[in-house]
Design a binder for this molecule. Structure first.
Ligand SMILES: [Zn+2]
Length: 264
């Protein structure tokens, strides 16, 4: 390689690093992201199709309507570039207490969650949290980290393309098995999710109740699946409680503007 060529390659590599390190989440946290949104969204869509092909969907019209109503109310309040019509939610006929959201705007709720999330506000807390993982590009961070450490090549060498995609996005071989995000991403999703639900007209106090219910559900019949990726420790509940007053401001503004989703 000529000296000029090396210089060009070096400059391009530096530009790539700067571009990667310039990404920032909606809370202003700087992020290491080396994959394009279109690439990660494509992976999200592919994994979602796979899950939908393998998992029965709920036929409970009342529950489906409730989940759709809450999702629609929340995505209406998202900032650019997240268009409301880009989001899709599916209620799966599965008793797991679990939920997920994939890049591209693909949300999955398992019927079992509705046993722990007792009303629209508590369910909005979970959906807001999951949507925040997408708007804050947490899966792109995971994929970038795995690619930079050679995880995709070394660990997933023997896996098929769709298995690799699913694993990079944090989905296990089985639908119910989701990998946890890191602690920073979890608290960021809590912060953003609380804002989203309040802006949409859901009572932010529902979030604290939801996490308490999760804790209680752990006592009876083993911890819910959601708890394995979302430990509902006292710290999580304390952090959320501290943010309730600010979220209540947004909630009151939403109410004053007539935003009262009434999703049942
Ligand atoms: Zn989470």
């Amino acid at each position: 390689m000529s000296v000029n060529r090396i210089a060009v390659v070096t400059v391009l590599a530096l530009i790539a690093m700067v571009v990667a390190s310039c990404a920032a989440s909606p809370t202003g946290r700087s992020q290491f992201i080396t994959v394009s949104d279109s690439e990660v969204n494509r992976m999200g869509g592919q994994a979602y199709q796979q899950i939908k092909a393998e998992t029965p969907m709920s036929t409970d019209r009342r529950k489906i309507d409730m989940v759709q109503c809450i999702t629609e109310a929340i995505v209406m309040e998202l900032d650019e570039p997240h268009a409301p019509e880009a989001w899709e939610v599916t209620l799966f006929a599965d008793d797991s207490v679990n939920a997920f959201a994939l890049p591209g705007g693909y949300i999955g709720i398992f019927e079992g969650l509705l046993k722990v999330a007792e009303d629209q506000h508590q369910l909005a807390a979970v959906i807001g949290h999951e949507i925040a993982h997408v708007t804050a590009r947490h899966a792109a961070e995971r994929v970038s980290r795995h690619q930079s450490t050679g995880f995709a090549v070394n660990v997933l060498g023997g896996a098929s393309g769709s298995q690799q995609t699913a694993a990079l996005l944090g989905l296990g071989a089985q639908v119910g098995l989701l990998l946890p995000f890191n602690r920073t991403q979890e608290s960021e999703a809590d912060v953003l999710g609380l804002d989203y639900m309040a802006r949409a007209g859901f009572d932010p106090n529902g979030s604290v109740k939801l996490w308490r219910n999760m804790q209680e559900a752990s006592g009876s019949g083993g911890p819910p699946e959601f708890m394995s990726t979302h430990p509902s420790g006292d710290r999580r509940i304390r952090d959320l409680t501290n943010r309730i007053p600010a979220a209540m401001e947004l909630y009151r503004e939403a109410q004053a503007a007539g935003r009262d989703p009434g999703c049942g």
